[in-house]
Design a protein around this ligand. Structure first.
Ligand SMILES: Cc1cc2nc3c(=O)[nH]c(=O)nc-3n(C[C@H](O)[C@H](O)[C@H](O)COP(=O)(O)O)c2cc1C
Length: 161
């Protein structure tokens, strides 16, 4: 199963999960770059303000060839109950994706992650095959290995179906 992980992470939590998934699945990774929200409190507030308004930022990401992959995993933090704006900006470009797409997200534990998954699903050209969510507390406590293994095994079991 050739897998690509595309993700955005402002403060490293989603990046931790992306790396763990990449190791487990032997996957390639592409990080969405977005300078606008890098930094401290003012950038955090900017992110919240833009997120509520749906102001899509400039982003950067290395090219990828969708046809080289069987599966793409898209990872995002939850921002004001939405996928983070850099991920929304990428999906608004309608990138080429393979037929299999799954999502993972991290959140602060103060809004239901399903809203964010539903919004990702609405932006994608194919159904979301599977989803995985973690609170940032779980990630910082290092309590994610079993869930990642289960998620990866589920995705691998569907290969070739
Ligand atoms: C602008 C902004 C808005 C956020 N909104 C929410 C939210 O609505 N619900 C929630 O549970 N967490 C929210 N969070 C917390 C992040 O989802 C959480 O800390 C996440 O794990 C950060 O991921 P990262 O370290 O990969 O950037 C928000 C964080 C930011 C920066």
């Amino acid at each position: 199963m050739r897998t690509l992980i595309i993700y955005y992470s402002r403060t490293g939590t989603t990046a931790t999960i992306a790396s763990a998934l990449a190791n487990r699945l032997d996957a390639d990774k592409r990080e969405i770059g977005c300078d606008r929200y890098t930094g401290g409190l003012l950038r955090y507030l900017q992110a919240g303000y833009d997120s509520v308004r749906g102001n899509l930022p400039e982003i950067e990401m290395a090219e990828f060839a969708a046809e080289q992959y069987d599966l793409v995993l898209i990872g995002t933090p939850v921002w004001t109950s939405h996928p983070a704006l850099p991920v929304r900006a990428l999906l608004a470009r309608k990138p080429d994706l393979p037929a299999r797409v799954a999502v993972f997200l991290t959140h602060g534990g103060h809004s239901p992650p399903q809203t964010c998954i539903d919004e990702l699903a609405a932006m994608l050209p194919v159904p979301v095959e599977a989803s995985l969510t973690f609170s940032s507390a779980q990630v910082s406590a290092g309590k994610f290995t079993d869930d990642i293994d289960g998620f990866a095994s589920e995705l691998e079991s569907r290969t070739g179906q």
